[in-house]
Design a protein around this ligand. Structure first.
Ligand SMILES: Nc1ncnc2c1ncn2[C@@H]1O[C@H](COP(=O)(O)OP(=O)(O)OP(=O)(O)O)[C@@H](O)[C@H]1O
Length: 260
């Protein structure tokens, strides 16, 4: 449990985001400590996915500052976020459905590839050695997430829970410092959720990967998070260790209680 002692990896200061004048995020500030698992919770439409999109540069907020590893990143684009070590999965699975598990995981290695595309196209010895290195790295992730039985299976034919795990594998293949997971357990049964929770915790422990995840299942959130941030109508209404957030009257009223 790293919260709240370690240094912040990600700091959001007064972030506001509007779509055509309609505010999705209002003046949100919080910090994610290096090495922690931070959950973003809140009712539908609270602004959680929009906030992940701000963090990885898909949306540019109209107001506010973001610091990653204590360096201000005022105009981050998604590819810059990826280069900095921010990887992400999506609410609706975004995989190459007709490719195998291994090939999908290999796409997560693209940023880590050395050498020139021409070498790859001409299959020079250097390029072949590099290809072997990438394949070994992808195989290690497949093994870590116990996906070996499906490594050559076409992703589109796998059950939903496994596709979610492949998406996590692809994100991990990039060796991120910060992993953004948008509802990694949505649509899963209790057993699949337990399994996915274990993989997230193991990733965090094994590689020290900092995790920010959106999750609706409060039991899961309380079980795996070091830190919980609660959003409601685009505002932050709770921020702290899970036990404190669970007891916060405003959070109980807005989210855990009956207001919605
Ligand atoms: N691209 C967009 N254009 C216009 N409005 C948007 C866009 N994306 C999000 N919104 C609006 O911003 C608000 C926050 O949406 P967001 O998807 O971030 O919420 P959320 O907390 O992730 O919800 P959910 O749990 O349903 O995924 C909503 O009112 C939504 O309608």
């Amino acid at each position: 449990m790293s919260y709240p002692t370690s240094q912040p990896l990600l700091e959001l200061d007064n972030i506001s985001l509007a779509f055509k004048g309609v505010k999705a995020i209002s003046n949100i500030s919080f910090a994610v400590a290096d090495g922690e698992i931070c959950a973003l919770i809140g009712p539908n439409g609270a602004g959680k996915s929009s906030l992940l999109n701000v963090i990885n540069g898909v949306y540019r907020p109209q107001e506010g500052q973001i610091r990653f590893d204590r360096v201000e990143r005022p105009r981050m684009r998604p590819h810059q976020a990826a280069e900095l070590g921010i990887a992400r999965t999506f609410q609706n699975i975004a995989l190459f459905r007709s490719l195998s598990v291994l090939d999908n995981v290999l796409t997560g290695r693209n940023l880590r590839r050395q050498g020139h595309w021409l070498g790859q196209a001409l299959r020079t010895p250097g390029a072949a050695a590099e290809e072997d290195r990438q394949r070994e790295a992808a195989e290690r992730v497949i093994e870590f997430l116990r996906l070996q039985p499906w490594r050559d299976a076409v992703v589109g034919r796998l059950p939903y829970g496994l596709q979610k795990r492949v998406e996590l594998a692809r994100a991990l293949a990039a060796e991120p410092r910060l992993l953004l997971l948008d509802e990694p357990m949505a649509g899963m049964n209790a057993g699949e959720k337990r399994e996915m929770s274990r993989f997230i915790v193991e990733t965090n422990r094994e590689f020290g990967t900092t995790v920010v995840l959106i999750e609706h299942d409060i039991g899961v959130v309380m079980g795996i998070s070091d830190h919980v941030v609660v959003l409601d109508y685009g505002r932050k209404i709770g921020d702290g260790p899970p036990d404190a957030v669970r007891r916060d009257p405003e959070v109980i009223a807005a989210y855990l209680g009956t207001r919605h």
